[in-house]
Design a protein around this ligand. Sequence first.
Ligand SMILES: Nc1ncnc2c1ncn2[C@@H]1O[C@H](COP(=O)(O)OP(=O)(O)OP(=O)(O)O)[C@@H](O)[C@H]1O
Ligand SMILES: [Mg+2]
Length: 551
Amino acid sequence: MAGQMAGQPIFILREGSQRTKGREAQSNNIMAAKAVAEAVRTTLGPKGMDKMLVDSLGDVVITNDGATILKEMDIEHPAAKMIVEVSKTQDDEVGDGTTTAAVIAGELLKKAEELIEQDVHPTIIASGYRLASERAADILQTLARKVTINDEGILLNIAGTAMTGKGAEASKDVLSRIAVSAIKSIVDTTDGKNKVEMDNINVEKKVGARIEDSELITGMIIDKERVHSNMPKKVPNAKIALINIAIELKETEVDAEISITSPEQLQSFLDQEEKMIRSIVDKIVASGATVVFCQKGIDDMAQHFLSKSGIFAVRRVKKSDMQKLARATGGRLITNLDEITAGDLGKAQLVEEKKVGGDEMTFVTGCENPKAVSILLRGGTEHVIDNIERALHDALRVVGVAIEDETLVAGGGSPEVELALRLYEYAATLSGREQLAVKAFSEALEIIPRTLAENAGLDPIDKLMELRAHHEKGSKTAGLNVFTGEIIDMWKAGVVEPLRVKTQAINAAAESAVMILRIDDIIASTRAPAGPSAEGMVPNMPPGMGGMGME
Ligand SMILES: Nc1ncnc2c1ncn2[C@@H]1O[C@H](COP(=O)(O)OP(=O)(O)OP(=O)(O)O)[C@@H](O)[C@H]1O
Ligand SMILES: [Mg+2]
């Protein structure tokens, strides 16, 4: 009986599941992850190129930002997705260095592959990488310098470095200044610790004018006009009601039919309706409100009464803007008009409608909470503004991180070269095969200066040699001037980045590389059949995939 069973495969996975194991699984994963890293490599640095991404609806995004590119790329391979994760995490944590993180992760895997070919076991590589990554964080600490909120010049340099190569070159100075002032005005210092809450910054985009015409406004900008032209255009000392229900008559919950048989009845029905709307508006007026921001609609009759009462009203305000308005003006969101009181109202010195680029916008300035600021971004076309917005986002984030952490490192490839050198020395102190992994890690970091040189049309090998020579002589901040090809002191050149950008990039890259390396078995279930043709068909198995049975 047992003999009879012997030749039969036992199925434990659902039909169509695919399985790849061992070396093959590893090399598939590494290949996919490397491909993703390679895709963003050409965008690194001031001389990096941009990518144009077109989605299935034909919408175009032009960007140089690693996280944005990877997010828009619609990647399917699971290991490749992990690299996308690395850059997404980097974006969430520090906002910049997303390309760096992905590129380092790819290079770590490439070096690991070489080691695997030399029969070094992936778990040894993983533990060596972990050691190296910890040591790298320590070394970076020793390279860091202090910056405080008062070092205006350095903060401007940080913003500038983050924006280089992102299409904002011509107006970098203006945008850096905006970014630094915006962050400075929202910093919250408690017990000597700075905290930056990015939600306090509201970015509004308006096509038209030049990028340099962008400005920082203390307060909020709402991209909406007042609902009625008879309302005042300017309201000083505004008392603001933030209403998140529609200002109109409530619909009855049951379907009711009203039959009207005479013109008098119709008139009295309309009169009644008018009275009810008027009583809603009266409640708003009684609370003392002079400005209304409504998240939903305001019907014609209500608009009329509001304007007669001299109230400035705006309708269909975005939910996120309502929340920001609440924070800025100290008002409460009102969900029941019957209960509106003076205590619910927010305050601002001025609410004003102004024309920007052909459209009316509402400016709320002199708010209760001075920590609410807005940036009005201008630019020739929508794509230009979107690209500038991403550059500005990076700048805001790094300045915020720098003020929070108060530590900085030089950029331009200098920390990577220094780290590579020091890790190489560290490797020599280790015994066993982990030494090889730490060496591989140190070489992998050199991908950053190499890529900076390559993207600038310089010879990567020559430049790396020169950089190493400088660092061996003790110039820890020697980096590559990508515009002239010279090796210069990056600190003096003002190319500086928050320490956290580097530690986070290296740490995230190392962690994900380790995770990918430790996988030696991929079991993928079938996807739902796409379209009618797939029904009842045997799926085509790609070569090398193990099939559905387990032997
Ligand atoms: N003026 C400069 N000269 C030399 N290197 C520079 C200069 N400005 C920035 N860099 C370097 O360029 C690299 C950053 O490039 P880039 O901004 O394209 O990528 P990223 O910050 O890794 O990712 P992303 O900005 O897309 O999130 C850093 O290593 C930085 O030190
Ligand atoms: Mg950057």
